[in-house]
Design a binder for this molecule. Structure first.
Ligand SMILES: Cc1ncc(COP(=O)(O)O)c(C=O)c1O
Length: 387
């Protein structure tokens, strides 16, 4: 159990009513540590992806660590950070004219996903100052420049090389400055794709500069880290030296949501009732998929539910790691949404009791932000900060 988890469990054991459930608890110090450690491991500026956790209290509190910028994916996110003065990048294939106008007005760097978005930017040339844009390249461009690049599933993000070349022509013709390009191979792709991405990027930089006839200044190599990036079998030192092989005038950046936010967040819910149906035990909790959609694992073909730490109503914490087999069949934790898929945790070894708290770790990224909430007008999860 990490030090932060131990601290939270101790705090809840002492004061079970400290937080109103269901809720997320975010550790400010863990969030900042993740950001700093990842940035140090990479040796480059690191941009925070707000979509992973858009809790404003947390972002404002940790704002001082985001010196390299924040990636914003919607006008809602932009509006909530409208007054921020650090670098901001907007990036979404669906960004429309309103979003692009607002981004330009608030001095964001626009990451262009497609030619139609570039035409929208061109409409603002001469009317508003526009920061040099970045072109988002589809991951397949990496394979075009470096055929050994790990193949990943096709997706709709960014431009293929044909469109990227057209985009550079449009920029030349419309007097839009190009800062560089952005590639993102997908979540959790870093250990397998990082070296190939670097090799391809070196050649893409040369191709951009040849087509534009001026040097570009920035390359965003994406990210793709999960919460366990410290344990990767990946030589960060070797990666940092390989980064030095890129031209010196290029500022290389990385971008992460999960790698920074995931391990800094916890989900806490309370058991309301316990029952059995044909010998299957269920603990019915005050929050489930309506507050934390990802825990229900509906997007995974073989669901292996997470095992929470139980903080007993009697005050004794139990580590439900399956080792004490007081009951053979796991007790499933279910939520409030009247949906048969609203099963979000599993406890083996000890039958939970009404009033017990179930604490899930690694819920800091996407668990709150990627959740369907209006169903049944159920209450949203509260968010609390801890040190
Ligand atoms: C362009 C871009 N950058 C960054 C991210 C963040 O990914 P992660 O949270 O896995 O680091 C995403 C995720 O969708 C993305 O599309």
């Amino acid at each position: 159990m990490s030090e932060t988890t131990e601290k939270l469990v101790a705090c809840l054991t002492q004061d079970r009513k400290k937080y109103t459930t269901p809720c997320f608890v975010y550790s400010v110090s863990q969030f900042e540590r993740n950001y700093r450690d990842l940035k140090k491991a990479l040796g480059t500026p690191l941009i925070y992806s707000m979509k992973s956790n858009s809790c404003l209290d947390l972002i404002v509190r940790c704002g001082h660590v985001f010196e390299d910028g924040i990636e914003i994916a919607s006008i809602g996110e932009l509006n909530s950070l409208a007054s921020g003065d650090g670098p901001r990048f907007i990036n979404n294939p669906s960004a429309d004219k309103n979003f692009i106008r607002a981004a330009i007005a608030s001095k964001c760097t626009v990451v262009i996903d497609n030619l139609a978005q570039l035409d929208l930017v061109a409409e603002f040339v001469g009317k508003r100052p526009i920061r040099p844009i970045m072109l988002r390249l589809n991951h397949d461009v990496l394979s075009e420049f470096s055929p050994q690049s790990a193949r990943i599933k096709a997706n709709h993000f960014g431009m293929d090389w044909q469109d990227a070349k057209k985009a550079l022509e449009v920029c030349q013709a419309s007097d839009i400055q190009v800062a560089g390009f952005h590639v993102f191979k997908g979540s959790q792709s870093f250990p397998t794709c990082a070296m190939d991405t670097l090799a391809a990027s070196k050649q893409i930089i040369a191709a951009f500069e040849q087509l534009l006839a001026y040097p570009i200044s920035k390359v965003n190599l994406g990210g793709g880290f999960d919460s366990s990036w410290r344990e990767y079998d990946f030589d960060f030192e070797q990666y940092r030296s390989a980064l030095n092989e890129l031209p010196e005038h290029i500022q290389v950046m990385h971008e992460s949501g999960r790698g920074i936010a995931a391990s800094a967040g916890y989900y806490l819910t309370q058991v309301r009732y316990v029952k059995s149906v044909n010998e299957q035990h269920y603990a019915i909790c005050d929050g489930g998929m309506a507050q934390n959609f990802l825990l229900a694992k509906t997007e995974t073909p073989f669901r292996r539910y997470e095992i929470p730490t139980l903080i007993s109503a009697l005050g004794e914490e139990s580590k439900s790691d399956g080792s004490e087999n007081a009951q053979d069949t796991p007790c499933l934790l279910v939520g409030t949404s009247c949906n048969k898929d609203d099963v979000f945790g599993s406890v083996k070894g000890q039958l939970p009791q009404p009033g017990d708290l179930a604490l899930f770790k690694n819920c800091g990224a996407y668990h709150a932000s990627y959740t369907v909430s209006p169903f049944l007008t159920l209450p949203p999860a509260q968010a609390y900060l801890m040190e």
